[in-house]
Every structure is written in structure tokens, then in C-alpha cells.
Design a protein around this ligand. Sequence first.
Ligand SMILES: Nc1ncnc2c1ncn2[C@@H]1O[C@H](COP(=O)(O)OP(=O)(O)O)[C@@H](O)[C@H]1O
Ligand SMILES: O=P(O)(O)O[C@H]1O[C@H](CO)[C@@H](O[C@H]2O[C@H](CO)[C@@H](O)[C@H](O)[C@H]2O)[C@H](O)[C@H]1O
Length: 515
Amino acid sequence: MTSIVDHVHLAPASGLDARLARLLADWLPRQRWYGGKGARIDVDSGVRVLARLDLLPDRDPGLAMVVVEVRPDGREPERYQVFIGARRELPDRLAHAEIGSVRDEHGAAWHCYDGLHDPELAGWLLERLAAGEVIGPLRFHMLPGRRIDEGLRSLVLTGEQSNTSVIFGDKLIAKFLRRTVAGVNPDLELSLALADSGSRNIPQPVGWIDLTLSLEDLGATRPGPAPRGAPDDHDDARDENGRPRAGEGSTGYGDYGGPEPITVATVSEFLPTATDGWLLAQTSVRDLYAQPPGTSPKAAGGDFGPEARRLGKATARVHHDLATMLPTGRMEPDELERVAEAMIAHLHHAAGRVAELEPYVPALSGILRRLTTIDEPIPTQRVHGDFHLGQVMRTVHGWVLLDFEGEPSRSLEERRAMAPAVKDVAGMARSFDYAAHHLGGDPAAAQAWAERNFNSFCKGYASVNGHDPREQDTLLKCYEIDKAIYEAVYEAANRPTWLHIPLGAIRRLAAGQAE
Ligand SMILES: Nc1ncnc2c1ncn2[C@@H]1O[C@H](COP(=O)(O)OP(=O)(O)O)[C@@H](O)[C@H]1O
Ligand SMILES: O=P(O)(O)O[C@H]1O[C@H](CO)[C@@H](O[C@H]2O[C@H](CO)[C@@H](O)[C@H](O)[C@H]2O)[C@H](O)[C@H]1O
């Protein structure tokens, strides 16, 4: 095989790249993980190939990794990374992943498709990881002490959301990040810090893939300044970048130097027997709805309360470990004023996109302004950032937390910012509300279920961290409102039939009382 270094094309302008760009302009908006839904993309000029890495240029199947910039009408450009497989004949099992056909320089037609769906190509990527290879700007990192079995068969997880997860055997899960963002991915950053802390409340990380091209190399516009909450106050346990120093058995991440690369994928232990919290919660809600009206959630049979309590404990442990391993801070009253302003600006922006929010703007703004009445500093730290029941899994040993990426549509700066830990507690409060209301049962039963489980969660949390998150009631409520606003925008764009769930919560939160 020719060296990959000969096959790194920056700002490529071949006929092939122009054709790929046109195919992607049609294909990208149809993908679940595509973030710019709703805005038109011009087929001829809406997508630009910023880089193409021909990883397997002389083979069938071939593999290339492309980074593209998408310019939807009236929106900021966004960048995505796509592993494109190419075959002369496309087997039926890959038909669903087809992007389109292109001709090579000899006039031969090739079917291009989402390469992650091809076990041969996914397996090739995993072998590169096992060997810790560096292929031009693409680097495969294996963590010390981890091993990858040979011949693991891959399968793309259905229900992909913001990213695409590929399972290998029942051993590993590789999460391919779809957006190309400069700077280390918070999921990787926090998972490695938690692994270094010895946390058992996460799937153990195995390795990751990154790309050492800068956004300037890619010819893209650089986003804003270094993240607020990026490490700046050190102690002896941290290096000059604020990261934990590598110790014996550590992931070694604390040693990482140089410019921050673009994270392409993270690979961690797969938990084959775990069930996600959303499914478990749904089962409990169904049990309640099957009972006569007025039955308490505790007496319904499938009570989730004890699990919610354990989940609260696991969350508190993870918060404790994050605060030990990564920088912490304090939000002074003037900072709370800025948070209130940012939340109100978020509300106005959201109301511009989801008209149903408009009537609630005055009441919600009034509640959000109450943040400025908090007159004591609030401790801040790195948090999960998009905490909900689909991000937690119950194993036979207890709860593990997944996906520390933050809310996918926020900037990296926001996603890496320190925040009060109660932000995650508010996320889980919203998730209990979702679980309770999405099956469309009796609203009073739904409310009772959500309250019981949130209270159990908080009691569990308090039993580990020594303070009950419900005591920070103003902060909690404001973060709940902010999350519900985010959800309204998310649902309007992705699942319009679910929009009524955050809207119902907004109505209740604005009225200041449960229905
Ligand atoms: N380590 C794991 N073991 C088993 N299942 C997992 C693991 N990590 C993720 N999953 C499953 O994949 C789903 C999506 O994972 P997640 O990291 O939240 O991706 P996304 O950012 O695309 O939502 C989870 O809800 C869970 O069902
Ligand atoms: O899991 P992701 O990181 O992709 O998060 C996004 O999608 C979530 C939906 O899957 C969305 O979560 C919302 O719906 C959940 C039920 O499906 C509910 O439990 C959450 O509370 C609610 O926020 C999440 O907001 C979004 O960022």
C-alpha cells in the first residue's frame, strides 16, 4: 500500500471531491446525527470537502476519511467527519448506508457508503487501534494495560443519536463523533480523568482516535477563546495544563502535550448485560399506569424509587471524583448575574425557533432573574452536562454514567465550562419528568412518579455528598427551566411529536406549581 502521507488532501479540489460534496449535501441532512436540520443546503455550494485522507486507496473495499464543512442557508457553518467506504459492487447488507456513486479517474463507478457500517472497514480501524498506529495525521491511542481481542465482529448500534456507536463483539464500543470540533472532546477528557480516579461508575476507556490537523490546516474558521472552566488553577496533582499527572496505572492522559487534536472516536468497554435507565424507568411508569387511579408509585409494583436512590449515589460519587481530578471554582454573585443573562438570552433565541415558547417568555425570564438574588458563592466543577436516563446504565454492580459530552448543540467552550453540580441534578429531574409523561397516562400519576423518583435520587445524592441538591432550590429550578428550553428546541428539530413533553414542563415551571 502506498504511504498514507501521500494521500492526505487538504482543501482538495478534484472532480471526485466536488462530486462527493454534492452527494453529502443530499445525504447528511437525512442522518439522525446531523445537527443543522430544518435549514436548506445548496447541493452545489452547501458542502465543501476540507480534507480527504485516503486510508485504503488501492483496495475494494476502499476507505477514506473526509472532513466536510456544511453551510446551511442562514446558519453558521458546521463541520462533520465521515468515514466513506467505497465498493464496486454494494452488497444488500450495506444498501441502507449508501451515500451515492462516483466515478474514479478511469471512469469506473464506485458505490460510496457510510464506512462504519462495513464490518471489514470497522475491523480494519480497530486493528489500527490495537496496534496504536499513527497514519499521517490520524492517531490511534491505546491506553496502557488494555488489550483488544482479534477478530471481533462489528455492528452499528441502532437508535444512533448525536454520534454513531459501533459495537465489537460484546467487548468494546467505539463511539465515532460526527462533528469535527477543535479541542479535546469532553467525553474523552472526563472519562480518562474518572478512570484515573479509579471510578467504577463509568465504562472503562480503552483508547481513542484523533486527528492532528488544526482548523487552520483544514481552512475552517476557528471558534472563540479557550473554554471558561478550562484548567487554570493547579495543584501538585496536576500538570501545567491543569490535568492530573500520570501516575502508576493511569491512562497517561495527564502526560499529553502539544496542541489539542480533533477527537474522532472514543473506545471503551461494552457492558453487554447493562440496561439503560430510560428503559427501566419506562417499565416502572407502565406498571403504575396499569394500577387503579390513585395508586402511589411506591405501591405500584415496579417502583423505581430504590434505583433512583442508587442512581443519586452514583451521580454524587462521579461528581466527587470529577471535582477531585479536575479543576473546581466558585461562582460569585456577579457571575450568577451573567448566568441569568445567558439563560434569558437562550430563552429568547429558543422562542425565535419554537413559537410555542413565546407566551412563557415573561414568566420564565422573571424566574431566571431570581438567580441574581443568590448572595453566596456557588461551587462549580466539571459536570456531565447532558445528564438524563438514557445516559446511565444499570449493571449487576450498580449504575454507570455514559457520554460526558454535554449538550451536542452547545459550543465546545460551553460544554467544557465548569458549572454547579446541580446542573446535572436538574437534567435528571427533567428526565424523570420525560419518563413519566411520555407514555401519555394520567397526569397526576405521572407527576407523582416524577416527584417520588426525583426525591429518592436527591436523598441518595445527599447520602454521599452530605448536602441535598433540593436545598439549592432557586439554582435547581433555573437549570431545570434552561434544560426544558433546550429540550423544546431539540424536540422541535428532531422529534416534533415529543415537543409537548418539555412544553408541558415549561407550563408547570412557569406557573410555579405542579398540575
Ligand atoms: N459502554 C457501553 N456499554 C453498553 N451500551 C452502551 C455503552 N455506551 C453506550 N451504550 C449504549 O449506546 C447508547 C448511546 O450512547 P451515547 O454514548 O449516549 O451516544 P450518543 O452521544 O450518540 O447519544 C446508550 O444509550 C447505551 O444504550
Ligand atoms: O443522548 P444525547 O447526547 O444524544 O442527547 C440528546 O438526545 C436526548 C434524547 O435521546 C435528549 O434527551 C431528552 O429526551 C430523553 C428521552 O429520550 C429524556 O430522558 C431527557 O431528559 C431529555 O432531555 C437530550 O436532551 C439531547 O441532548
